[in-house]
Write a new protein. Structure first.
Length: 187
């Protein structure tokens, strides 16, 4: 089996796990507007579509590089590490997780586990896995997919952090000061 095929199976397993875990969350007290959620989900769907759609011509189909076996294996390692990191963050967040921007009943500010390194480790892991997938493809459309997903998460982070700041006040501001959003020590 090719590394890209293995990556696709890892993504499918991740999606199944996410769907099952979504059934076990705390009751929602406050949630983002449906229009905001729809915009974010539309960007994510567009990103995955771009990643796995085969483009034979045009700018999106342009080859940036032909992935060697070593680059493909590196990409697969990044996919695996990204998926594992996002799953660790998801399990660590537990009942407070939601695909929507929400506040759950008795919501707590999680600052341990992967959340001690970055404020949004689920997004970090997913972006790392998407970058790994793009490396295995080597075409413009794959890197455009990573860029769209990055934009989607930046949008979501801005809205999510506003809600968390309102809910947790100075505790969240102190957490923001000592912890980067997506990349430890960088941003």
């Amino acid at each position: 089996m090719k590394p890209l095929d293995i990556a696709l199976w890892l993504w499918c397993l991740w999606g199944f796990l996410w769907a099952v875990l979504a059934l076990r969350t705390q009751s929602t007290v406050k949630a983002e507007a449906s229009v905001s959620r729809l915009f974010h989900v539309s960007l994510l769907v567009a990103s995955f579509f771009l990643m796995y759609k085969q483009f034979s011509g045009g700018v999106l189909g342009s080859v940036l590089f032909t992935p060697s076996l070593a680059v493909s294996i590196l990409g697969l390692v990044l996919v695996g590490k990204g998926i594992i990191f996002s799953c660790w963050a998801r399990f660590h967040l537990g009942k407070y997780w939601s695909g929507r921007i929400t506040l759950k009943q008795d919501h707590k500010l999680i600052q341990s586990g992967p959340y001690r390194w970055v404020r949004h480790p689920i997004y970090t892991g997913i972006l790392l896995a998407m970058l790994g997938t793009a490396l295995m493809i080597g075409k413009v459309h794959a890197f455009a997919a990573v860029l769209i997903m990055f934009v989607a998460y930046c949008y979501k982070i801005s809205r999510e952090e506003k809600l968390l700041s309102q809910q947790f006040g100075s505790d969240y501001e102190a957490y923001r000061q000592r912890t980067k959003a997506l990349l430890p020590l960088i941003w």
